[in-house]
Ligand binder design. Structure first.
Ligand code: SAH
Length: 223
């Protein structure tokens, strides 16, 4: 891997990062913990060198294999929704590791993160970046995350960063009592959706939030 400057210079400096954080505040992100973690996490190391100088623009950027690193506003918003619905989350499942950026943000805010990716080369790079940041509370798995985590585990929070047509039943099954699922849903028109399990029942409350644009949730594994 190339030599990496975690602190950044010029277009990746702390000053440029602070401007992005101010923009997120202006856009309505209000959870201070989330803002702090975004401010402290270098986004430029999650991109190829040629795109690193654009890391602190509030925009989605390509990471290869037809996939994208989500827009910082969306990362902040989804994290805020996930954390906001309950207390401190201990176990969180992410579907769509991609670059590993959202994974890194989650790993600093919850106890343990399990993250599933279907494209091996993306997972390999994500693993290296998480190691570089010293984040050890993350378990990565190469699998089709549409089926959730393969074992019959329960999670306080589940976040999906690729959009299915409908909320997958398999993910609802893996929600712990009062667990929260944050997921983009739809094809041409997508909405960020929050689903909460009501206590330890098999009933769920679904809330449709803002319109979003994510890559589709696809099936199968690419090695
Ligand atoms: N959170 C990532 C977003 C990457 S884009 C980031 O900020 O970098 C969405 C990711 O979901 C892609 O890497 C894509 O390969 C992955 N994905 C799509 N369908 C999937 C599936 N069924 N299981 C696991 N990962 C999937």
């Amino acid at each position: 891997m190339r030599e990496i400057n975690l602190n950044g210079i010029g277009m990746t400096s702390q000053r440029t990062r602070d401007r992005l954080i101010q923009r997120l505040v202006d856009e309505g992100v209000s959870n201070q913990q989330v803002l702090d973690v975004l401010s402290q996490t270098p986004r430029h190391i999650f991109l190829d060198e040629a795109l690193a100088h654009r890391a602190y623009e509030d925009t989605a950027l390509p990471i290869g294999h037809g996939q994208t690193l989500s827009q910082p506003y969306i990362v902040a918003r989804m994290t805020e929704v996930l954390l906001g619905a309950g207390g401190k989350l201990s176990r969180v499942l992410e579907i769509g590791t991609g670059s590993g950026y959202q994974t890194a943000i989650l790993a600093q805010l919850v106890e343990q993160v399990w993250s599933v990716e279907r494209i091996k080369p993306l997972q390999d790079k994500a693993r290296e970046r998480l190691r570089l940041l010293g984040l050890r509370n993350v378990n990565l798995r190469l699998a089709d995350g549409g089926f959730g985590w393969p074992e019959d585990e329960k999670f306080d929070g589940i976040m999906t960063t690729a959009a299915p047509r409908e909320v997958p039943e398999s993910l609802l099954k893996q929600l712990a009592p009062d667990g929260v699922l944050v997921i983009p849903v739809g094809t041409d028109t997508q909405h960020l959706t929050m689903v909460v399990r009501l206590g330890d029942t098999d009933e769920f409350k679904t809330q449709r939030l803002e319109a979003v644009k994510f890559v589709p949730l696809l099936s199968g594994v690419v090695r």
